[in-house]
Design a protein around this ligand. Sequence first.
Ligand code: GUN
Length: 298
Amino acid sequence: MTVAKRIDGKAKAAQLAESITQETASLLKEHGIKPGLAVVIIGEDPASQVYVRNKKRTAESCGFHSVQHKVAEDVSQSDVLKLIDALNRDDAIHGILVQLPLPGHLDEQLITQAIEPSKDVDGFHFVNIGKLTAGHTRDAFVPCTPAGCMLMIEDELGSDLSGKNAVVIGRSNIVGKPMASLLLQANATVTVTHSRTKDLPKVVAGADIIVAAVGRPDMVKADWIKPGAVIIDVGINRVEKIIDGETKMGLTGDVDYEDACTVAGAVTPVPGGVGPMTITMLMANTLRAARLSAGLEG
Ligand code: GUN
Protein backbone atom coordinates (compact mmCIF):
# COMPACT_ATOMS: atom_id res chain seq x y z
CA MET A 1 0.00 0.00 0.00
CA THR A 2 1.33 3.41 -0.94
CA VAL A 3 1.18 6.00 1.78
CA ALA A 4 3.86 8.45 0.60
CA LYS A 5 3.44 11.63 -1.38
CA ARG A 6 5.32 11.67 -4.68
CA ILE A 7 7.51 14.79 -4.71
CA ASP A 8 7.20 16.17 -8.22
CA GLY A 9 10.64 17.63 -8.95
CA LYS A 10 9.82 18.08 -12.62
CA ALA A 11 6.84 20.35 -11.88
CA LYS A 12 8.74 22.31 -9.24
CA ALA A 13 11.70 22.76 -11.60
CA ALA A 14 9.40 23.99 -14.38
CA GLN A 15 7.82 26.51 -12.00
CA LEU A 16 11.24 27.79 -10.91
CA ALA A 17 12.45 27.98 -14.52
CA GLU A 18 9.45 30.14 -15.31
CA SER A 19 10.37 32.70 -12.65
CA ILE A 20 14.06 32.58 -13.75
CA THR A 21 12.91 33.32 -17.32
CA GLN A 22 10.91 36.32 -16.13
CA GLU A 23 13.78 37.68 -13.99
CA THR A 24 16.17 37.19 -16.92
CA ALA A 25 13.91 39.25 -19.17
CA SER A 26 13.74 42.10 -16.65
CA LEU A 27 17.53 42.00 -16.06
CA LEU A 28 18.00 42.49 -19.78
CA LYS A 29 15.35 45.19 -20.03
CA GLU A 30 16.38 47.19 -16.97
CA HIS A 31 20.16 46.69 -16.94
CA GLY A 32 21.07 45.41 -20.42
CA ILE A 33 22.55 42.21 -18.96
CA LYS A 34 21.95 38.75 -20.41
CA PRO A 35 23.16 35.88 -18.16
CA GLY A 36 25.83 33.87 -19.99
CA LEU A 37 26.55 30.19 -19.30
CA ALA A 38 29.51 28.30 -20.79
CA VAL A 39 29.48 24.52 -20.52
CA VAL A 40 32.67 22.62 -21.32
CA ILE A 41 32.40 18.95 -22.19
CA ILE A 42 35.52 16.88 -22.71
CA GLY A 43 35.30 13.52 -24.47
CA GLU A 44 32.34 11.37 -25.43
CA ASP A 45 30.86 10.03 -22.17
CA PRO A 46 27.24 9.28 -23.27
CA ALA A 47 25.55 10.22 -19.97
CA SER A 48 27.49 13.52 -19.87
CA GLN A 49 26.42 14.30 -23.45
CA VAL A 50 22.76 13.96 -22.39
CA TYR A 51 23.21 16.12 -19.27
CA VAL A 52 25.04 18.84 -21.22
CA ARG A 53 22.42 18.89 -23.98
CA ASN A 54 19.69 19.36 -21.33
CA LYS A 55 21.66 22.17 -19.67
CA LYS A 56 22.07 23.99 -22.97
CA ARG A 57 18.41 23.58 -23.88
CA THR A 58 17.25 24.87 -20.49
CA ALA A 59 19.66 27.83 -20.59
CA GLU A 60 18.30 28.84 -23.99
CA SER A 61 14.69 28.50 -22.87
CA CYS A 62 15.44 30.77 -19.88
CA GLY A 63 16.72 33.41 -22.31
CA PHE A 64 20.42 33.04 -21.46
CA HIS A 65 23.43 33.46 -23.70
CA SER A 66 24.44 29.79 -23.87
CA VAL A 67 27.70 28.43 -25.24
CA GLN A 68 29.02 24.91 -25.35
CA HIS A 69 32.66 23.95 -25.82
CA LYS A 70 33.04 20.38 -27.07
CA VAL A 71 36.62 19.35 -26.50
CA ALA A 72 38.39 16.22 -27.78
CA GLU A 73 39.02 13.40 -25.29
CA ASP A 74 42.84 13.68 -25.73
CA VAL A 75 43.06 17.45 -25.04
CA SER A 76 46.06 18.52 -22.98
CA GLN A 77 45.69 19.88 -19.48
CA SER A 78 47.23 23.20 -20.52
CA ASP A 79 44.72 23.65 -23.37
CA VAL A 80 41.82 23.11 -20.94
CA LEU A 81 43.34 25.68 -18.56
CA LYS A 82 43.73 28.14 -21.47
CA LEU A 83 40.07 27.71 -22.37
CA ILE A 84 39.01 28.31 -18.75
CA ASP A 85 41.23 31.39 -18.60
CA ALA A 86 39.57 32.80 -21.74
CA LEU A 87 36.10 32.14 -20.26
CA ASN A 88 37.15 33.73 -16.95
CA ARG A 89 38.03 36.92 -18.88
CA ASP A 90 34.93 36.90 -21.13
CA ASP A 91 32.46 39.55 -19.87
CA ALA A 92 29.55 37.87 -21.69
CA ILE A 93 30.04 34.72 -19.59
CA HIS A 94 28.82 34.77 -15.97
CA GLY A 95 28.86 31.04 -15.27
CA ILE A 96 31.35 28.31 -16.26
CA LEU A 97 30.77 24.58 -15.84
CA VAL A 98 33.20 21.82 -16.79
CA GLN A 99 31.19 18.60 -16.97
CA LEU A 100 32.51 15.76 -14.80
CA PRO A 101 33.80 13.08 -14.91
CA LEU A 102 36.91 14.09 -16.84
CA PRO A 103 39.11 11.74 -18.89
CA GLY A 104 41.70 10.07 -16.65
CA HIS A 105 44.74 12.07 -17.80
CA LEU A 106 43.23 15.40 -16.64
CA ASP A 107 43.54 16.71 -13.08
CA GLU A 108 39.99 17.40 -11.89
CA GLN A 109 41.10 19.49 -8.93
CA LEU A 110 43.41 21.73 -10.95
CA ILE A 111 40.67 22.30 -13.53
CA THR A 112 37.79 23.02 -11.16
CA GLN A 113 40.00 25.35 -9.09
CA ALA A 114 41.01 27.31 -12.22
CA ILE A 115 37.46 28.63 -12.59
CA GLU A 116 37.03 32.14 -11.17
CA PRO A 117 35.00 31.68 -7.90
CA SER A 118 32.56 34.40 -9.04
CA LYS A 119 31.79 32.32 -12.17
CA ASP A 120 31.83 28.92 -10.41
CA VAL A 121 28.11 28.13 -10.80
CA ASP A 122 28.84 24.49 -9.86
CA GLY A 123 30.03 25.61 -6.42
CA PHE A 124 33.14 23.39 -6.64
CA HIS A 125 35.80 26.06 -6.02
CA PHE A 126 37.39 25.93 -2.56
CA VAL A 127 36.30 29.55 -1.96
CA ASN A 128 32.66 28.58 -2.48
CA ILE A 129 33.01 25.34 -0.50
CA GLY A 130 34.58 27.32 2.35
CA LYS A 131 31.81 29.91 2.35
CA LEU A 132 29.13 27.20 2.36
CA THR A 133 30.82 25.31 5.19
CA ALA A 134 31.13 28.54 7.20
CA GLY A 135 27.44 29.34 6.60
CA HIS A 136 28.31 32.44 4.56
CA THR A 137 26.10 31.80 1.52
CA ARG A 138 25.12 35.39 0.69
CA ASP A 139 27.61 35.59 -2.18
CA ALA A 140 28.60 31.91 -2.48
CA PHE A 141 27.51 29.37 -5.06
CA VAL A 142 26.00 26.21 -3.63
CA PRO A 143 26.38 23.01 -5.72
CA CYS A 144 23.24 22.55 -7.83
CA THR A 145 22.13 19.07 -6.77
CA PRO A 146 22.13 19.67 -2.99
CA ALA A 147 20.64 23.14 -3.51
CA GLY A 148 17.73 21.54 -5.41
CA CYS A 149 17.34 18.80 -2.78
CA MET A 150 17.18 21.44 -0.06
CA LEU A 151 14.33 23.30 -1.78
CA MET A 152 12.32 20.06 -1.97
CA ILE A 153 13.01 19.30 1.71
CA GLU A 154 11.90 22.85 2.65
CA ASP A 155 8.64 22.33 0.74
CA GLU A 156 7.87 19.31 2.90
CA LEU A 157 9.21 20.39 6.29
CA GLY A 158 9.78 24.16 6.22
CA SER A 159 13.09 26.00 6.36
CA ASP A 160 13.83 25.32 10.03
CA LEU A 161 14.74 21.66 10.58
CA SER A 162 15.35 21.99 14.34
CA GLY A 163 14.87 18.64 16.06
CA LYS A 164 14.95 16.66 12.79
CA ASN A 165 17.45 13.88 12.18
CA ALA A 166 18.89 13.89 8.67
CA VAL A 167 20.94 11.01 7.27
CA VAL A 168 22.98 11.62 4.12
CA ILE A 169 24.08 8.43 2.40
CA GLY A 170 27.28 9.13 0.45
CA ARG A 171 30.13 11.57 1.12
CA SER A 172 30.95 12.94 -2.33
CA ASN A 173 32.16 16.48 -2.83
CA ILE A 174 29.36 17.11 -5.36
CA VAL A 175 26.43 15.94 -3.21
CA GLY A 176 27.04 14.35 0.21
CA LYS A 177 29.34 16.91 1.82
CA PRO A 178 27.58 20.10 0.62
CA MET A 179 24.20 18.49 1.41
CA ALA A 180 25.36 17.92 4.99
CA SER A 181 26.43 21.59 5.26
CA LEU A 182 23.05 22.83 4.02
CA LEU A 183 21.09 20.56 6.37
CA LEU A 184 23.27 21.63 9.29
CA GLN A 185 22.70 25.28 8.44
CA ALA A 186 18.94 24.59 8.54
CA ASN A 187 19.42 23.27 12.13
CA ALA A 188 19.00 19.55 11.35
CA THR A 189 21.02 16.99 13.28
CA VAL A 190 23.11 15.48 10.50
CA THR A 191 24.77 12.10 10.05
CA VAL A 192 26.87 11.46 6.95
CA THR A 193 27.20 7.77 6.12
CA HIS A 194 29.38 6.00 3.54
CA SER A 195 30.73 2.63 2.46
CA ARG A 196 32.58 2.15 5.79
CA THR A 197 29.53 2.89 7.94
CA LYS A 198 28.60 0.02 10.27
CA ASP A 199 24.98 -1.18 10.13
CA LEU A 200 23.70 1.42 7.67
CA PRO A 201 20.01 0.32 7.92
CA LYS A 202 20.11 0.95 11.68
CA VAL A 203 21.55 4.46 11.19
CA VAL A 204 18.98 5.27 8.47
CA ALA A 205 16.13 4.01 10.71
CA GLY A 206 16.51 7.10 12.93
CA ALA A 207 16.16 9.56 10.04
CA ASP A 208 13.32 12.03 9.54
CA ILE A 209 15.11 13.05 6.32
CA ILE A 210 17.08 10.68 4.08
CA VAL A 211 19.21 11.91 1.19
CA ALA A 212 20.54 8.95 -0.79
CA ALA A 213 23.49 9.63 -3.09
CA VAL A 214 25.61 6.51 -3.46
CA GLY A 215 24.86 5.10 -6.91
CA ARG A 216 23.55 1.72 -5.72
CA PRO A 217 20.28 0.78 -7.43
CA ASP A 218 17.27 0.36 -5.12
CA MET A 219 19.48 0.05 -2.02
CA VAL A 220 17.19 1.77 0.52
CA LYS A 221 14.27 -0.51 1.39
CA ALA A 222 11.01 0.05 3.28
CA ASP A 223 12.26 -1.75 6.39
CA TRP A 224 15.10 0.83 6.73
CA ILE A 225 12.69 3.75 6.84
CA LYS A 226 11.07 5.56 9.77
CA PRO A 227 7.33 6.02 9.09
CA GLY A 228 6.65 9.46 7.63
CA ALA A 229 10.29 10.20 6.64
CA VAL A 230 11.05 12.55 3.74
CA ILE A 231 13.26 10.80 1.20
CA ILE A 232 15.32 12.52 -1.48
CA ASP A 233 16.79 10.09 -4.02
CA VAL A 234 19.81 11.51 -5.85
CA GLY A 235 20.77 8.20 -7.51
CA ILE A 236 20.52 7.85 -11.28
CA ASN A 237 21.36 4.24 -12.08
CA ARG A 238 21.00 2.62 -15.50
CA VAL A 239 19.56 -0.86 -15.01
CA GLU A 240 17.76 -3.51 -17.01
CA LYS A 241 14.02 -3.27 -16.39
CA ILE A 242 11.13 -5.37 -17.60
CA ILE A 243 8.76 -2.96 -19.35
CA ASP A 244 5.63 -4.45 -21.04
CA GLY A 245 7.20 -7.92 -20.93
CA GLU A 246 10.42 -6.76 -22.62
CA THR A 247 13.82 -6.21 -21.05
CA LYS A 248 14.91 -2.62 -21.61
CA MET A 249 17.44 -0.24 -20.09
CA GLY A 250 15.77 2.11 -17.64
CA LEU A 251 16.66 4.46 -14.80
CA THR A 252 16.31 3.72 -11.13
CA GLY A 253 17.38 5.56 -7.99
CA ASP A 254 19.25 4.51 -4.84
CA VAL A 255 15.88 4.02 -3.13
CA ASP A 256 13.46 1.21 -3.92
CA TYR A 257 10.68 3.68 -4.75
CA GLU A 258 7.60 1.43 -4.63
CA ASP A 259 8.77 -0.24 -1.43
CA ALA A 260 9.74 3.07 0.23
CA CYS A 261 6.35 4.57 -0.60
CA THR A 262 4.66 2.04 1.71
CA VAL A 263 6.32 3.62 4.77
CA ALA A 264 7.71 7.10 3.96
CA GLY A 265 5.87 10.42 4.14
CA ALA A 266 7.20 11.77 0.84
CA VAL A 267 9.64 10.43 -1.77
CA THR A 268 11.24 11.83 -4.93
CA PRO A 269 10.89 9.55 -7.97
CA VAL A 270 13.67 8.70 -10.45
CA PRO A 271 13.40 10.08 -13.07
CA GLY A 272 11.38 13.25 -12.38
CA GLY A 273 12.70 14.15 -8.93
CA VAL A 274 16.16 15.53 -8.24
CA GLY A 275 17.42 15.56 -11.87
CA PRO A 276 15.23 18.40 -13.24
CA MET A 277 15.82 20.43 -10.05
CA THR A 278 19.61 20.17 -10.50
CA ILE A 279 19.46 21.71 -13.97
CA THR A 280 17.15 24.50 -12.82
CA MET A 281 19.46 25.34 -9.90
CA LEU A 282 22.28 25.75 -12.42
CA MET A 283 20.16 28.38 -14.13
CA ALA A 284 19.39 30.03 -10.78
CA ASN A 285 23.13 30.14 -9.97
CA THR A 286 23.96 31.60 -13.39
CA LEU A 287 21.29 34.31 -13.08
CA ARG A 288 22.67 35.09 -9.62
CA ALA A 289 26.24 35.25 -10.98
CA ALA A 290 25.08 37.77 -13.60
CA ARG A 291 23.29 39.88 -10.98
CA LEU A 292 26.27 39.74 -8.58
CA SER A 293 28.66 40.77 -11.36
CA ALA A 294 26.55 43.91 -11.86
CA GLY A 295 26.45 44.68 -8.12
CA LEU A 296 22.74 43.90 -7.95
CA GLU A 297 23.02 41.33 -5.15
CA GLY A 298 25.37 40.37 -2.36
N1 GUN B 1 28.62 15.51 -13.35
C1 GUN B 1 27.61 15.02 -12.60
N2 GUN B 1 27.04 16.00 -11.86
C2 GUN B 1 27.71 17.13 -12.15
C3 GUN B 1 27.57 18.48 -11.72
O1 GUN B 1 26.73 18.83 -10.88
N3 GUN B 1 28.45 19.36 -12.27
C4 GUN B 1 29.41 18.99 -13.16
N4 GUN B 1 30.23 19.93 -13.62
N5 GUN B 1 29.56 17.75 -13.58
C5 GUN B 1 28.71 16.83 -13.08
